[in-house]
Design a protein around this ligand. Structure first.
Ligand code: 5AD
Length: 466
């Protein structure tokens, strides 16, 4: 039995992969520890989307390896995830002490490799090969532990990986190289996993994939005008005991009428969409190889809001893509003002090796990127604040996830349109859906008062006032 620490960088797909690895290690008798100090095995699950993310993981591993060399030379140090996939052997020589490099299709092998490394049978393992069917191997979940906090939250919501890979080849993006071609699981397999999660108390699932709207594109024939992805949503909507369905990330191109209409038809599909815009300039969108124009993106938002007026819409935007002029950037600002996103991740363009954009003319100077990043964030924050303020005094329905991350004496949950609400609740509310009146609005957080709509009882008031 070894103590294992796993640190995760990057997206929800990585979080999910780490959880599956953790569950498989626990099943082999190992124990998880919350930090690297004294751990027998330290795994970093890495992100390659921007150079900064890679540098962070490399810096961390160098520090861990330096310490291990002096104090615990037997420690097994390993890289998983996208940087492991794209750099492979290079990482073993770059960070002395690293003995395991596992690619994105090999995470389920972590257990057997780690046992070999711990026993001394093997010195170093680098495995980044493709593996048929690997998309179906991200299915193990950690059992919810006692004691609330993160564990309790896990028990209410869960990530479910439905597909892997991406065939889009946006010119800025390294993901097709690190995650491979699109491969989907079967609807039956996913249903089985979700039913099991619901049996353990999970009420909300977030379906994950690099490009979920491509789910089943080759494997599942369109039926009654419905794509494989919409057929999956239909099937999940019928799972008894499941309350809510979310998904991320879709491609705006993947929003056919069948998916737009699903938001009006399927009660469990929440009114929330993360729609990566990337740029508001048609010229830049074309150079990015995104496959839509600003007008088509805006019309998609209009179609979604026609079906669900309260839809929460968030996005990803890159500033400083090669060739982006001030005029292009102003179009991005205008698009943000016209769409009115609830929130956005704003990324500074980062050169990724082997991508077409890396060698495009017109690379934007770093200080211009920084300046555009600041200006865009100001607009995103201003509009986001207005959209959150508009909920003041309104009644929202939240699924209670657990103690608030900021203040453990309070509880928190999310609205269907994906806004965090903090309120004075009790542990017994975890997993329930409650109506709350929004009494105060903070920065991208709502504060709710259950008493106003009469859901607080004497006992709860005693607990919360204690
Ligand atoms: N530079 C900056 N941001 C990037 N993203 C992807 N590739 C790059 C890059 N080379 C951003 C995109 C994507 C998000 C996950 O990361 O906005 O939607």
């Amino acid at each position: 039995m070894a103590s294992v620490h796993i640190k995760t960088y990057g997206c929800q797909m990585n979080e999910r992969d780490s959880e599956a690895v953790a569950a498989s290690l626990v099943a082999r008798g190992h124990v998880l520890v919350p930090n690297e100090h004294g751990a027998d095995v330290v795994l970093l699950n890495t992100c390659s989307v921007r150079d900064l993310a890679e540098q962070k993981a490399l810096g961390k591993m160098r520090a861990v390896a330096g310490h291990a060399r002096l104090h615990r030379p037997s420690t097994v140090l390993g890289f998983l995830g996208c940087m492991a996939q794209s750099r492979a052997e290079e990482l073993v020589s770059e960070v002395p002490g690293v003995r395991l490099v596992l690619g994105t299709q090999k995470a389920h092998r972590a257990g057997e490799y780690i046992d070999e490394l711990l026993s001394g049978r093997t010195g170093v393992v680098v495995d980044t090969a493709e593996e048929e069917g690997s998309q179906s191997r991200i299915d193990a979940h950690l059992a919810a532990g006692p004691g609330g906090g993160r564990d309790a939250r896990r028990a209410v919501t869960a990530f479910v990986s439905i597909m892997q890979g991406c065939n889009q080849h946006c010119t800025f993006c390294i993901v097709p190289f690190t995650r491979g071609r699109e491969r989907s699981r079967s609807i039956e397999e996913i249903l089985g996993e979700v039913r099991e999660l619901v049996g353990r108390g999970v009420r909300e699932v977030t379906l994950l994939g690099q490009i979920v709207t491509s789910f089943g594109r080759r494997e599942i024939p369109v039926r009654d005008g419905r794509s494989g992805f919409v057929q999956l949503l239909d099937a999940l909507n019928d799972v008894e005991g499941l309350e809510r369905i979310r998904f991320t990330s879709p491609h705006p191109k993947g929003y056919g009428d069948d998916l737009v209409e699903a938001y009006g038809r399927l009660p469990k599909l929440v009114e929330s969409a993360h729609l990566p815009l990337q740029s508001g300039s048609d010229r830049i969108l074309k150079a990015m190889h995104r496959g839509y124009t600003r007008e088509r993106f805006e019309s998609l938002v209009g179609r979604l809001r026609a079906v669900q007026p309260g839809m929460g819409i968030t996005t990803d935007i890159i500033v400083g893509f090669p060739g982006e002029t001030e005029a292009d950037f102003l179009e991005t600002l205008e698009t943000c003002r016209s769409v009115r996103f609830d929130n956005a991740f704003v990324f500074k363009y980062s050169v990724r090796r082997d991508t077409p954009a890396a060698t495009m003319a017109g690379q934007v100077p770093q200080e211009v990127i920084e300046e555009r990043h600041r200006r865009l964030l100001d607009v995103i924050n201003e509009i986001g604040a207005q959209r959150y303020d508009a909920l003041l005094g309104k009644t929202v329905s939240i699924l209670v996830e657990g103690p608030s991350r900021r203040n453990a004496a309070r509880m928190e949950g999310r609205t269907r349109c994906n806004k965090i609400v903090v309120f004075p609740g009790a542990p017994r509310h975890v997993g329930t859906v409650m109506d709350l009146r929004v009494e105060r609005v903070g920065t991208f957080t709502l504060y709710g008062d259950p008493a106003v709509v009469g859901v607080a009882d004497e006992q709860q008031l005693e607990e919360t006032n204690a």
